[in-house]
Design a protein around this ligand. Sequence first.
Ligand code: 26V
Length: 825
Amino acid sequence: MSTVTSSAPVATPANPLVPAFEAALRRVLAQQGAEGSATAPAAFSAAALACREVLLQRWADTQAQDAQAAAPGAVSTSRRVHYLSMEFLMGRALGNALAALGLAPSVEAALNNESLSLGDALEREPDAALGNGGLGRLAACFLDSFAELGLPAFGYGLRYRFGMFAQRIQDGRQAEVPDDWLRLADPWDVPRPELRYHVGFGGRVVTEGGARRWVPAERVVAEAHDFIVPAHHSQRVATLRLWQASSAEPIDLQAFCRGDHAAAGRHQLAADTLNWVLYPDDSTEAGRLLRLKQEAFLVSASVQDMVARHLRQHGSLDKLGRFEAIHLNDTHPALAPAELMRVLLDHHGLNWDEAWQITREAVSYTNHTLMPEALETWPVRMVEALLPRHLELIYEINHRYLQEARAAGADEGMVQRISLIDEQGERRVRMASLAVVASHRVNGVSALHSELMVQTLFADYARLHPERFHNVTNGVTPRRWLAQANPDLSTVLDKHLGTGWRQDLAQLQKLAPLARKAKVVAEVQAAKRANKLRLAERIRRDLGLVVNPDSLFDVQVKRIHEYKRQLLNLLHVVARYQAIIANPDAAWVPRTVVLAGKAASAYHAAKGIIALAHDIARVVNSDPRVGDKLKLAYLPNYGVSLAEIIMPAADLSEQISTAGTEASGTGNMKFSLNGALTIGTWDGANIEMAQAVGEEHFFIFGLRTEAVDQLKALGYDPRLYIEQDRRLQRVLAAIGDGTFSQGDAERYRWLVDSLTQRDTYLLMADFADYLAAQERVDALYADPAEWGRKAVLNIAGMGGFSSDRTVAEYVERVWSAQSLPPAPR
Ligand code: 26V
């Protein structure tokens, strides 16, 4: 299987890269051949190393171009973007690099000469899974668009030794295994030993000559490792700069000589620990101090790197905010404004007003969730112990901000609400408040989310500074999520639309009139069937389960969270199972329900949902009365590479969060772009997608946000819904009586209790409407021509959901010099 054959059309017969590339490839293969026989891993590293040479040259050229554009006197409208994120969910890089460089055909030929296959080589690459979910994958799509749009931009992150854990399923339960993604040498890693900065922790602040100076107790060195992201239609690249910590102190030789090796390496170990893991747990207290340290480390190294580059290019700091943009991907890097203030005040001697003006011009912030449990706050005592100077600066920012607010008429209640410090109980720093106060722009990630953001979470700030708040709806890169992941569909699109959609996704519109042509619909359906066969093979390989490729592939893949309601999906599976048993001879539309996703390791309810899915699957899949009328497949270890197989193969995309809870979603876009129809609630970006595609081509169901709020305000009682619905009663009874848990009626009692007593996410209230929508799905699927027509219209409507459009809007509204108020001087 080759996933890059429909690569971008840069691959002309006279691709000038080819001769040098082939020579490099032959050299590496020969070396490896001499050391043993050439194998798929050898083929992978040979191809990657050969790409690396080209990328390094492009990196140097891009930096030179950008330095020229930033030179004093040059007219440049877009500021250089520094995208700070604790997560970048990159996935594999080789297929993307080959597609971008137009080198796939020549590598394929070279490998075939050695009896190797490109598909096998691609499969050897571990995913770079330096992220948890949507937020991290969005950052990865943005890097692709930065390169493609030629934006001078850096992603800044941490070089985690272990990425997102690998998920194993043992006895139907999730087990977490460390993801040792760097166990093989990483061919993409470009160490930059010349880019090193000191980062301090702890200690105290002293006054010297009237100025405050921080004397940290511990110092680590941050060293840059670059990962180069190529554009597909130009020679430009974007840089992902990942920081690696090492100790600034050498080993303690005296301790070593005493034989106390642990004490001798203490500093080194403390520094190493910083890079050990990406926090997979968005929901525990454990390791929080280390997490805060990681955030401070990312922020300090990145801000120092930016200031150093700016000084090299401009010689002074007064215009820093007009040339450099610092973007906070959620609040995880929200210490950045405090760090920038520290550098400007303490290292460069600026006064407060100058430093604050620069900081506010530079900083902007994206909020990615309104869920109160996910809002980051840090105990004041923790910040004080680790970052005493930053805490002083946060206090001063707060003091001045609250004074201004009082002067503008804020009462004490308001002052308490907008304060950067939460004074209730243990005092805590509110990171979202710091991010809003220090930013000139704040945005949400879909129209609904941005609106709710200013009505709820940031209502006070929005009243005080309405001009700060904007919406920028998320998008996904069509290069990875259509061209690379779905070569068959890409070929169909190329034939009818030309190849330009890779750069300008809006061209998909041209497909809409072709939805009436049976031949075009049939071609799209043939591509879908090929992708379904590929997924069916993966399900057989991973689960030993045989599924019917002509059944309706009904797919929900994403992190497991109660608000995303994978449980509602399971309730439907059980209801359908019971209905099939009750009436096996009815004309059932065969369905394969596919689930995948990881649960945070301490998130017990989410893990319970995974267990229930496996328990239901065991019973349903082995019931001879059911056959292929219904199958449930839970694919383990969901990640970017698995998503690349799943997205193109789905008929139906499940986007069923409780209205008002999913900030945007991006999986929803990937599915629809690949020709799935969506069953979804009026939530996040589902709304804008339905409007773009036409609501009549969407399966919309469920309560809308206002209705959810109203119901909750009136005192929601799930029992009222259960009492009225016999199907719901039977489903809950079966889950509660051990039907799926080998007679163990205790196993899911907590779950049934929670649904009948609290049902925080309103599954009971939406159940009947969800089932009705599923019936409409069945009816439409029974009419393949009509289903196919709507699938084509879904693809055609997705032109607006490219991350190129998203990034262009960030440039226009957030990152351009024009988005700043005129300079006072
Ligand atoms: C959410 C929650 C919800 C309650 C329990 C704890 C917890 C922890 C983390 C999160 C999500 C944090 C941020 C995040 O990943 N947001 C996702 O960002 C995507 C890109 O903007 C967006 O498409 C998703 O809707 C949003 O959930």
